[in-house]
Design a protein around this ligand. Sequence first.
Ligand SMILES: [Zn+2]
Length: 346
Amino acid sequence: MIMEINYREFFMQKMLIMFKPEDIEVSAKDFISTYASYIEDVGIVGKGPDGYALYPSKTAPVKEEHIDFFEEWVRLNDALDIHGVVGMDFYTDGWFARDPKYQTLNDQNVKMEHQICPNREEFWQYGAEIVKEIGSYPINEILLFGTGFIRDHFCFCERCRNEFAPMVDQEPDRLSYAYLTENSEYHEKWHEFRSGKVHTGLQYLQDAAIESDDTSDREQPLKISVEVLLDPETGLSEGAKSEYGYDYARIGEITKNVLINLFPWSPDIPTKGSSEYGELVESLYFVNEFTRRGGRASLFRWGVTTVEQLQELKTLGKDVGIDRIVSTFHYPSDYSRRRESAIGNY
Ligand SMILES: [Zn+2]
């Protein structure tokens, strides 16, 4: 249980923890004032995977019971010169995903009720509004979760079918995953099409972050760190490009900050010295180029609850040139559904 976690130890190890208000059993003031001298940076959820905002949003539905906590937390971070970080789920939005206009579907027209289709300009605008709202608080960084497609097998919603089918000489209704993977040229077009959507969406959010700087008195521009999933089930960093639609170089150009979610679908990080560990390190070579071009990479993992787990991440970080470790104490509340949709039955 969370109560048993020794926060001080994690803070002293300089791990950035993304908290939910439920993790903390005292007031924001009591918590921050207890640990302030150990905290360099700390995170709080601003909009979670259920789609609800924890601050008084005019755009997203709101969890009223957390507003006071959120606002006090953020205000104290600012007052105490703590690097304030707010988490925001983007396409992982259970509230929006209930709406048939936004759902992402596979080619069997099975709809996903936790994640929406990234091919939605109106949702990019929605996300941009949220970024502006969060950015109006005196915070320094947004960790942006749920930024890509569920898998290469998505999205076959009506809009994606209508836009993509003519590019591969097919009728929208007859477009299938098998059809486009049978032809490597079609498959490549599919990857480009999807990657284009992902990064255009990110640009909307980055533009909103820049705009929000004018309404806040922070000294440095608001950063957006973009989550990318990196898992052996989906081909580590290289496979992730075609599975989820990421392009690390473009993320570097757009937001300059990437948050590498390690092994989201796999239970354990390989131990140093194993061949799997070597593959993982090799897969993270892209970080060198990313950093050389002025970007910053952080390692992230869900559900780190022991200092030993943290040490493993730090060791890996050292081997790949990443000095920032970010974690939550939990897996997302809809984790089993997400994992199933990402790696089940294909
Ligand atoms: Zn779609």
